[in-house]
Design a protein. Structure first.
Length: 162
């Protein structure tokens, strides 16, 4: 079986953003990432590179910003009330935090400045503008269940956790 749309794929990854040290790695957590392919859970460049691979395949892929988290936009800064942040009083410039919005759901943002009642945030994804280097190992591929297809995401052992 190969990676294709509507398959549930488990894989280990390590990603670097141009530096020697990994930015993130599933290997550190000991568990592979499991996703339903073709439903927007991976950046497009990584998903495209995985297509056609089989269990046991190891490969490297370089994903440019256009196929990753997009180009950086210097004007993509916004002032937001502190009430929209969990633990707003602990925020410091340079920290990555989560902003929850009705339109887009949760998204990672970088704190630029913290005021008494507002926070200035950079809405660019922290990896925007970066070419990402992935090392991938496919560990499992299986058919998605009808429930997973209906929900649009993979479920863990024992069913869904939502």
């Amino acid at each position: 079986m190969n990676v294709e749309t509507n398959k549930v794929v488990s894989f280990h990854y390590t990603v670097r953003d141009g530096g020697a040290e990994p930015v993130d790695s599933s290997r550190e957590r000991g568990e592979p990432l499991t996703v339903l392919i073709g439903h927007g859970h991976l950046i497009s460049g990584l998903e495209k590179a995985m297509m056609g691979h089989a269990v046991g395949d190891r490969f490297a892929v370089s994903v440019p910003p256009a196929d990753g988290y997009g180009e950086r936009r210097e004007d993509h800064v916004q002032r937001v009330s502190k009430k929209y942040f969990k633990d707003a009083d602990h925020l410091r410039p340079g920290m990555i935090t989560v902003l929850k919005t009705r339109e887009e759901g949760a998204r990672a943002v970088v704190v630029k400045k913290v005021g008494s009642s507002v926070v200035d945030i950079d809405l660019n994804h922290p990896m925007a503008g970066k070419t990402l280097a992935f090392d991938i190992k496919i560990t499992d591929i299986r058919e998605a269940t009808p429930e997973e297809l209906a929900h649009g995401h993979a479920h863990g052992v024992g069913g869904h956790q939502h």
